[in-house]
Design a protein around this ligand. Structure first.
Ligand code: ITT
Length: 198
């Protein structure tokens, strides 16, 4: 029998990517499948703290293996901003495009090669009666001074990935999974989940 896993996120872009990575190996559920209305307050100051908080709170409701994702974009020249605040950058209620525009406005006096940045992702895995484990992945690139591409989500249109010579929103989902922060972290989480004896 396939192990059952709850993907505990409300971000549609994340759900699509994580589901695609887990799909054939496990039986997948979403927060909506469990009709979970609970909203986790992201009070942590690190990706790891927030990921653990989300996995625990949703795991204790669903009581099946639960994975959460806390992730974001860190721009060196902005002291690591927006970081853990990536989803709320500029305040609640902005669209992904407005948040990307806000970031571009802050770096408009720099050239792309000066705009070193990385995406980080921490995947937390909650298992009934076990200590919550975390897995981390990163991808290094630059902030592209012009938004490009229609794929992906969030800041993908403004993240330039030098080895491909493209922004992340210009590559396919499969290509992104092979190189992304989330792909790397989920891959490690899968290895752990496969070994769990329930
Ligand atoms: P959940 O807490 O429900 O998972 P969220 O969107 O609030 O959803 P986060 O607090 O982890 O999640 O915020 C992460 C933000 O970082 C996300 O909203 C995007 O703007 C950005 N982000 C993370 N991974 C990304 C990716 O692969 N491509 C583009 N942007 C990404």
């Amino acid at each position: 029998m396939k192990k059952q896993i709850l993907i505990a996120t409300r971000n549609k872009g994340k759900i699509k990517e994580i589901r695609e990575l887990l799909d054939k190996k496990f039986e997948i559920f979403s927060l909506d499948d469990f009709e979970i209305k609970h909203e986790v307050e992201e009070t942590g100051t690190t990706f790891k703290e927030n990921a653990i908080k989300k996995a625990k709170e949703y795991g204790e409701i669903a009581n099946i293996i639960t994975i959460s994702d806390d992730s974001g974009l860190a721009v060196d020249i902005l002291g690591g901003e927006p970081g853990v605040y990536s989803a709320r950058y500029g305040g609640e209620g902005l669209t992904d495009e407005e948040r990307a525009d806000l970031l571009l406005s802050k770096v408009k006096n720099f050239e792309q090669k000066e705009l070193k940045a990385r995406f980080c992702c921490v995947i937390a895995v909650w298992v009934p009666n076990k200590k919550t484990k975390t897995f981390c992945g990163t991808i290094e690139g630059q902030i592209s001074t012009i938004a490009k591409g229609n794929n992906g989500f969030g800041y993908d249109p403004i993240f330039y990935y030098p080895p491909k010579g493209k922004n992340l929103a210009e590559i396919t989902l499969q290509e992104k999974q092979e190189i992304s922060h989330r792909g790397k972290a989920v891959y490690k989480a899968i290895e752990y989940i496969k070994e769990i004896n329930e």
